[in-house]
Ligand binder design. Structure first.
Ligand SMILES: *[C@@H]1O[C@H](CO)[C@@H](O)[C@H](O)[C@H]1NC(C)=O
Ligand SMILES: *[C@@H]1O[C@H](CO)[C@@H](O)[C@H](O)[C@H]1NC(C)=O
Length: 325
C-alpha cells in the first residue's frame, strides 16, 4: 500500500472527467478496505469492479485481476457500498433490494446488470450542472485522491439527525425518469420507480501547498457512485403512513452509510484516461472500453458462503460488532 507521501509523488495534471457503468460483481460480507481480513465482515456490501476482490487485498490489484464488471476495461478497481434491505413492517423479515442499472446522462446503461455508475469528477455533483460545463471550463486538477491503493473514505454521517443534505450521501425518489428532490433522509413515501442514492466522496485536499492562481485548480478529483435501488416491488407491503421500511445492511435507516474504493486501475490507465480531453464523461474515445455483455461475465466466488437474498429472519451479520459503517 502506498503512503500519502508516495501518492503525492504521483500527482499530475489532469483535465477531464469520467463516467461509466459497472455491473454488479457480487453481494457479500467482505470489506477489504474497512475490515481487511475479516471473513466475513460485519454486513453485506454491493460490490462492482475487478475479480481480485477478496477479504484482504494487497499489492497491485490492477495486475492481479483478470476481468472487471466495469465498462472501462483497464479499471480493475472495486467500488462498494452497504446494500439496501426491505424490512417487512409486519413480520420483521428482511429481503435484499436489487439494484437497477443506472441510466447515465448520455449513452444509457449499455447493458449493465444492476451495479452502479462511477464518476470521477472535480465538480460537486449536487451543485454543478454537468451538462452545461464546456470542456474548456475544466481547470487543471491534480490526480491525488484517486491514485491511492487501499484508499477508503466514509461518506454520510450515521449519527446525523438534522435533516440537512450531507455532501456524502443523498437520496432521490424516482418516478419514471424523474429523480425528484435531493434529500438527506431516506424517502418517507413509496417511490414508484425506486430510490436513487449518490455516495459522493468529498475532495480531501485544500490545495494550500499547490499552485492555484485561479483558486479553482487546487480542487481535486472526487469519486461518486450512483445506484438505483429497485424498491418498487416492496411498496405494496409498506402500510401507508408508516416509517420507511428500507434499511441499510447494517440496520441503518437514515442519514449515513459508507462507500469504499480500492484502487485497481492497470498501470497508468487512469492517468491516461484523465489526461485525454476527449475523455469527457461518456466520450472517452481513446480509452479501452469493453461491451457490458463481456463485463457481465466477470464474477467472483461466494467466499462467505451465506445467503444474502430471499426472505431472511435477520440481517446477515446482525449483532456483529461493527468497526465500519
Ligand atoms: C482470496 O484470498 C484467499 C486467501 O488468501 C485465496 O486463497 C483465494 O485464492 C483468494 N481468492 C481470489 C478469488 O482471489
Ligand atoms: C414475512 O412476509 C413475507 C411476505 O409475505 C413472507 O414471504 C415471509 O416468509 C414472512 N416471514 C415470516 C418469518 O413469516
Amino acid at each position: 500500500m502506498k503512503s500519502l507521501a508516495a501518492t503525492l509523488a504521483l500527482a499530475a495534471l489532469v483535465n477531464a472527467g469520467l463516467r461509466f457503468p459497472c455491473s454488479t460483481l457480487t453481494f457479500q460480507r467482505l470489506d477489504p478496505a474497512g475490515e481487511p481480513g475479516s471473513l466475513p465482515s460485519s454486513h453485506v456490501h454491493h460490490i462492482v469492479g475487478g475479480n481480485a476482490f477478496n477479504a484482504s487485498m494487497d499489492g497491485d490489484v490492477g495486475e492481479r485481476a483478470t476481468c472487471t464488471t466495469c465498462q472501462m476495461a483497464e479499471d480493475f478497481s472495486n467500488y462498494w457500498t452497504a446494500t439496501l434491505y426491505f424490512k417487512h413492517p409486519e413480520n420483521g423479515s428482511y429481503h435484499r433490494v436489487p439494484p437497477l442499472a443506472v441510466q447515465p446522462l448520455l449513452g444509457g446503461s449499455q447493458g449493465a446488470q444492476g451495479g452502479l455508475t462511477v464518476y470521477y469528477t472535480q465538480f460537486d455533483l449536487s451543485r454543478d450542472n454537468l451538462a452545461q460545463q464546456p470542456v474548456k471550463a475544466f481547470p487543471p486538477v491534480r490526480l491525488l485522491l484517486v491514485n491511492t491503493p487501499g484508499f477508503r473514505m466514509v461518506v454520510g454521517d450515521p449519527g446525523a439527525t438534522d435533516g440537512q443534505v450531507h455532501a456524502g450521501l443523498s437520496y432521490q425518489c424516482m418516478n419514471g425518469a424523474s429523480r425528484g428532490a435531493i434529500t438527506a433522509a431516506m424517502p418517507q413515501q413509496p417511490c414508484p420507480s425506486g430510490i436513487f442514492t449518490t455516495h459522493h466522496f468529498p475532495p480531501c485536499w485544500d490545495g494550500k501547498n499547490l499552485d492555484s492562481p485561479d483558486h479553482r485548480s487546487h480542487m481535486f478529483n472526487t469519486v461518486a457512485f450512483e445506484t438505483v435501488w429497485d424498491t418498487s416491488k416492496f411498496n405494496s407491503m409498506w402500510p401507508s403512513g408508516t416509517p420507511s421500511p428500507f434499511v441499510w445492511s447494517f440496520e441503518g435507516n437514515g442519514y449515513g452509510t459508507h462507500a469504499d474504493y480500492m484502487f485497481g486501475w492497470k498501470g497508468d490507465s487512469l492517468q491516461r484516461a484523465m489526461d485525454k480531453s476527449e475523455c469527457f464523461y461518456d466520450g472517452c474515445g481513446s480509452i479501452e472500453k469493453q461491451a457490458m455483455s463481456v463485463a457481465n461475465q466477470c464474477g467472483v466466488e461466494n467466499m462467505v458462503g451465506e445467503e444474502t437474498d430471499g426472505w431472511l429472519t435477520s440481517l446477515p451479520g446482525q449483532g456483529m460488532p461493527m468497526n465500519n459503517k
